[in-house]
Design a binder for this molecule. Structure first.
Ligand code: ADP
Ligand code: MG
Ligand code: ZN
Ligand code: ZN
Length: 321
C-alpha cells in the first residue's frame, strides 16, 4: 500500500508539488534525496501525535460474544517518515532523482519492453515471496539507471521494501578500503547480501581482476542462495549467439566477422565469467537495448547548447545539475 492520497483526500485539490504522493525526491549534491512534502508536514490524521486509535473486534469468549476495543497503531505519517529516511540511504545518484516510469521515453520497441519489465517488476513485487529481478543491457544514456531508480523509488517509498543501489567500481573500492582496514570481504559484503533488493549498476566494468571476480561471485552467490532479488544494468552485450552466427565456411573473415569478434570481447558473459553469468540468467529477466538507441545525455546537451534560455528557472536548475 502506498503513502499517497492520505493528505489530499481531505481536500479535493491534489498538491501540485508532490501530486498527492506526500513526498518529493530531488537532487541534493550527487545524491537523490527524498523529503516529506510541505503539504504533509503537519499530519491531519493524528494531529502530530504519531499514532492513532484503531477499532478492533474480537470474540474472547462464546458467552460474552464479540467485543469492540481500541488499539494504538502507528500513524501513516510515521511510516512515511521512515520510508523517506530509508530512501535517503539507498544511494541513488542525483542524475536520476526525477526518474519515474512516466518520465521514461521509449524511442524503440526494446526501450518499451525495458520500461514494461521494470514497471511490472516494481508494481507486482511480492514482499512475502521470491521475486525475479531484471538485467538491462545497452549503450550509455539510454535510461538503464533511470529505470532502476524508478523501480527502487517505488519499492522503498510506496511499498516499504528495503533496497540499496551500488555502482560497481565504487563497490570494489569500498571493499578494497575495508580490506586495508582489516575487515574481511564477507564483513563488507554482508549488508549488501542481505538487503531485500540490491541494484548493481555498471556490471562488467572494472579491471576484471581476480579480486573483483571473487567479490562479485560471493555477493551474487549469497544473494542467490538467500533467494534475494537483484537488479543489474550493464553496457555489455547479452547476446552472443546472434553476433557470432555469421562465420563463413571458407575461413575467410569478412569485416562483419572481424566486428563480431571485436564485439565478443564486449560480452557480459566474457566479462563476468560463466558461473556468474548463468546465475544472472536464472535470477533475472532481461532486455537488451540496441546500439542505435539514442543517448539522452548527449541529446539533452545538444538541445541545451545552441539556445540557452536567458536566465530564469531552467538555467538556474541546470547550474545545480
Ligand atoms: N529513455 C529515457 N527517457 C527519459 N529520460 C532518460 C531516458 N534515458 C535517459 N534519460 C535521462 O538521461 C540521464 C542519463 O540516463 P541514465 O539512466 O543514467 O542512462 P544509462 O544508465 O543508460 O547510461 C538521466 O537523467 C535520465 O533520467
Ligand atoms: Mg547508468
Ligand atoms: Zn504535496
Ligand atoms: Zn500522523
Amino acid at each position: 500500500m502506498g503513502l499517497g492520497m492520505t493528505a489530499s483526500k481531505a481536500s479535493a485539490e491534489v498538491c501540485g508539488e508532490c501530486r498527492g504522493k506526500t513526498y518529493v525526491i530531488d537532487r541534493r549534491g550527487d545524491r537523490a534525496q527524498a523529503r516529506v512534502c510541505a503539504c504533509s508536514a503537519r499530519c491531519g490524521v493524528c494531529e502530530g501525535r504519531g499514532y492513532v486509535y484503531e477499532e478492533r473486534e474480537q470474540s474472547f469468549s462464546a458467552k460474552v460474544g464479540p467485543k469492540r476495543y481500541e488499539v494504538l497503531v502507528e500513524c501513516v505519517c510515521q511510516r512515511r517518515a521512515q520510508r523517506v529516511t530509508h530512501f535517503n540511504e539507498v544511494g541513488l545518484p542525483g542524475v536520476v532523482a526525477h526518474a519515474s516510469f512516466d518520465s521514461y521515453r521509449a524511442f524503440n520497441e526494446a526501450q518499451d519492453r525495458a520500461r514494461s519489465l521494470a514497471k511490472h517488476f516494481a508494481l507486482r513485487f511480492d514482499k512475502a515471496g521470491v521475486n525475479k529481478g531484471f538485467i538491462l543491457s545497452g549503450p550509455v544514456g539510454t535510461g538503464k539507471t533511470h529505470l532502476m531508480a524508478a523501480s527502487l523509488s517505488h519499492l522503498v517509498l510506496e511499498m516499504g521494501v528495503q533496497a540499496r543501489y551500488v555502482e560497481i567500481s565504487l563497490l570494489y573500492s569500498t571493499i578494497r578500503r575495508g580490506f586495508q582496514e582489516g575487515k574481511s570481504g564477507g564483513e563488507i559484503i554482508g549488508p549488501l547480501s542481505e538487503v531485500e533488493v540490491l541494484a548493481i549498476d555498471e556490471l562488467g566494468k572494472g579491471r576484471g581482476s581476480q579480486f573483483e571476480m571473487e567479490t562479485m561471485d560471493e555477493l551474487i552467490a549469497r544473494r542467490y542462495n538467500a533467494g534475494k532479488t537483484t537488479l543489474f544494468a550493464t553496457n555489455y552485450s547479452l547476446e552472443p549467439e546472434r553476433r557470432s552466427a555469421r562465420a563463413t565456411p571458407s575461413g575467410y573473415r569478412t569485416t562483419e566477422d572481424a566486428k563480431s569478434t571485436l564485439r565478443e570481447a564486449e560480452l557480459l558473459r566474457e566479462r563476468v565469467g560463466e558461473r556468474i553469468y548463468s546465475r544472472l540468467c536464472e535470477m533475472c529477466d532481461f532486455v537488451e537495448l540496441p546500439k542505435e538507441t539514442p543517448d539522452q545525455r548527449r541529446m539533452r546537451q545538444e538541445l541545451e547548447r545552441p539556445a540557452p534560455p536567458p536566465g530564469g528557472m531552467r538555467a538556474g536548475r541546470r547550474a545545480s545539475e
